[in-house]
Design a protein around this ligand. Structure first.
Ligand code: NAP
Length: 276
């Protein structure tokens, strides 16, 4: 697993943690915060959240997890597209900072492209950087043409966070090479296919059994083998979390990759960007 080097030279591990569906039920919050703290203890410093998750509840869970150890964390949050305007973005950012119990984000993303012009969002992001509220900004769910619409500002765009897993490989055709050519790290979301059918797929099970790993580890190793890709699986179950952490050491051999390639063929033509 190659560490991630952000465009400004900062580095993080290539395995982080997601938080979608955290903070939705009060009764689960303590377990969710505890899972994130365990992840931090195990070296997963990148925490990905969003104002959308649990209507701000996930950010509150993150606040509980990072209390007293903010400097150990590379904190990522996202703004709704309708909150990404000149006046609305600083307000959305303040609300996120308050819920997160911090004075700064390491990375702030436009969650997906909406009706507000990208240039307006970029200017608002740059103002937040100058104000010290965010260290860097990026985007999510933008396809190649959308990224091109950023114009020269693409140089300052720290990441594009997109759906990428064995079942959703469309980005490999053009988006991943486009980002790699610009040294822009890509954040792979739902790398486990949301813990659903992907992890029960016969081909994945076969490869996993052969190498003595779990299907989740193989699915993660598949995306982590690519330099410049940061995977952010979400795990509340501590056993899941430990399982995912062990994927850092897993190396897929050519025979394993060939079997995966056969079951989950790479795209041969452009496909519209898939999103969840
Ligand atoms: P995911 O990480 O692919 O899968 C999460 C599910 O997998 C959970 O149900 C989890 O269960 C289970 N799981 C985790 N580790 C496992 C393991 N080792 N073995 C078996 N099951 C395991 O899906 P995701 O949450 O959709 O995506 C990850 C993160 O990406 C999100 O949390 C969010 O931060 C981000 N995201 C971003 C966008 C976007 O539009 N930018 C969209 C979707 C997601 P437990 O929780 O019970 O452990």
């Amino acid at each position: 697993m190659t560490p991630i080097t952000w465009p400004d030279g900062a580095t993080t591990a290539a395995l982080g943690m997601g938080t979608w569906h955290m903070g939705e039920r009060g009764a689960d919050r303590a377990a969710e915060a505890s899972a994130l703290r365990l992840g931090l203890d195990l070296g997963l410093s990148v925490i990905d959240t969003a104002e959308m998750y649990g209507d701000g509840g996930a950010e509150e869970v993150v606040a509980e997890a990072i209390a007293g150890r903010r400097d150990d964390v590379f904190l990522v949050s996202k703004a709704y597209p309708q909150n990404a305007g000149r006046a609305s973005l600083p307000l959305a950012c303040e609300r996120s900072l308050k819920r997160l119990g911090t004075d700064r984000l390491d990375l702030y993303l436009l969650h997906w492209r909406g009706g507000i012009p990208l240039q307006e969002t970029v200017e608002a992001m740059e103002r937040l950087v100058r104000a010290g509220k965010i260290k860097r900004w990026g985007v999510s769910n933008l396809d190649v043409e959308d990224l091109e619409d950023l114009g020269p500002a693409i140089r300052h765009c720290a990441t594009n966070q997109v759906l990428w897993n064995l079942e959703a490989r469309g980005v490999e055709f053009d988006l991943l090479p486009f980002c790699a050519a610009r040294n822009m790290p890509v954040m792979a979301y739902s790398p486990l296919g949301q813990g659903g059918a992907l992890l029960r797929h016969a081909a994945l099970r076969e490869v996993a059994a052969r190498i003595g790993a779990s299907t989740a580890q193989v699915a993660l190793a598949f995306v982590l083998r690519r330099p410049g890709v940061l995977a952010i699986p979400k795990a509340t179950d501590p056993a899941h979390l430990r399982d995912n952490v062990s994927a850092r050491k897993l190396r897929l051999e050519p025979g394993d990759l060939a079997a995966l390639e056969h079951a989950f063929p790479a795209p041969r033509r452009k496909r519209p960007l898939a999103m969840i």
